[in-house]
Design a protein around this ligand. Structure first.
Ligand SMILES: *Cc1c(COP(=O)(O)O)cnc(C)c1O
Length: 372
């Protein structure tokens, strides 16, 4: 392909694969030769690696990040009649999982700087029916999990952390998964640790909850053909586990490269009138996304970048309280003003580790052409 008008994609997974191809191919062959595809040693090894990486006792590999959330809710016995408080400004699966287990999502607003759910709004949404809270660590930055876990503990609620975008991120030295309850990861290909297909994990320090997750992911089977619970098929593939175990070794260097890219954008865009992301004090982000705010000119900025062959994305264009499928919850425009404003202003730009200096300059220049 002629690269006269070289594109800058939003994410370049081919570049990442090229760099680790020689490490990945042999483990693919090993799994293929073994013809053992479901759970088994490969998954157990990867679970151990993730538990160690996160500094927690237990890890349970599952079929996706969405299924991790559903399984965690099932393990916490959340169901019809229960309310679960979470962010309105997140990927659909966070609230979708709550509805899927028959409980009612209670969607609250976020902080305008970090885009993360506000602990005070969680607290004021608690009722007699509240059973759990799901803080979301959006775009690679942990929510105020110290405060949220304290609120959860004070009200005897289960905390299920949605860290699908934030594996390895930390807050005052504590990583995702170390704030109690259960923590869910996604290995969707575009996440910082992405598989070659779907995958997810639940990590926890609670041995009982971990065991329930293990049983529930195998149809609630406690011994062969004896079913204590009604679970489902929520298993992680051996092939994904083998690939992810190789990629995990690179995760910290990739996340560091993203942080370096982020600090370059921070500098290059400082004089423009886009608002660059804020990382809260004590937080170390893994920058799954680098998300700007461009009040009043987001769409013209997006069109300009697109016309220059620069990938960008809107995460998320519609807050969940305004989604059609959640109309029955009675959400109205004006309920969550910060999330509603963000939906009109945010734009995520390329931040992936393999982004070259030259590509990054082109992105920043293109933004300044519109926003200076
Ligand atoms: C990606 C994502 C999920 C879902 O993960 P899948 O593996 O795609 O099912 C859930 N929550 C958030 C915040 C996500 O970004």
């Amino acid at each position: 392909m002629p690269n006269a008008v070289a594109q800058v994609p939003l994410l370049d997974l081919k570049a990442q694969y090229a760099a680790i191809r020689n490490e990945i191919r042999p483990v693919l062959d090993e799994v293929c030769d073994s013809q053992m595809f479901i759970l088994g040693q490969r998954v157990a090894d990867f679970e151990r690696s993730v538990a160690e990486y996160c500094g927690v006792d237990h890890a349970v590999g599952v079929s996706s990040g969405s299924d991790a959330l559903i399984l965690a809710l099932m393990a916490a016995d959340v169901g019809p009649g229960d309310e679960v408080i979470t962010s309105t400004f997140t990927f659909f699966a966070t609230a979708g999982a709550v509805a899927r287990v028959g409980a009612k999502p209670i969607l609250v607003d976020v902080d305008p700087e970090t885009f993360n759910v506000r602990p005070d709004l969680i607290e004021s949404a608690i009722t007699q029916r509240t059973k759990a809270v799901i803080p979301v660590d959006l775009f690679g930055q942990l929510a105020e999990l110290d405060r949220i876990s304290a609120v959860a503990a004070a009200h005897r609620l289960v905390m299920i952390e949605d860290a699908a975008q934030s594996i390895g991120a930390s807050r005052h030295g504590r990583k995702a998964g170390q704030f109690g309850g259960m923590c869910c990861f996604s290995f969707f290909p575009s996440k910082n640790l992405g598989g070659f297909g779907d995958g997810g994990m639940i990590v926890t320090d609670d041995a009982d909850l971990a065991e329930r997750c293990r049983v529930l992911r195998m149809h609630g089977e406690t011994s062969r053909y004896h079913h204590r619970y009604i679970g489902g098929n929520f298993r992680l593939d051996a092939l994904q586990a083998a690939i992810l175990n190789v990629k995990l070794r690179h995760l910290d260097e990739w996340s560091q490269a993203r942080r370096v890219n982020a600090s370059r954008y921070d500098e290059w865009l400082a004089a423009s009138d886009v608002i660059t992301p804020t990382i809260a004090d004590g937080n170390v982000s893994i920058f799954n996304q680098y998300t700007l705010r461009a009040p009043r000119r987001r769409d013209s900025l997006r069109n300009h970048l697109t016309s220059k062959g620069i990938g960008c994305g809107i995460y998320y264009p519609i807050p969940l309280h305004l989604q059609e499928c959640f109309a029955y919850l009675g959400g109205r425009r004006g309920d969550c003003p910060v999330a509603e404003a963000l939906a009109d202003e945010v734009l995520s730009i390329p931040i992936y580790p393999e982004l070259s200096l030259e590509q990054q300059r082109r992105v920043a220049d293109a933004i300044r052409e519109v926003c200076e």
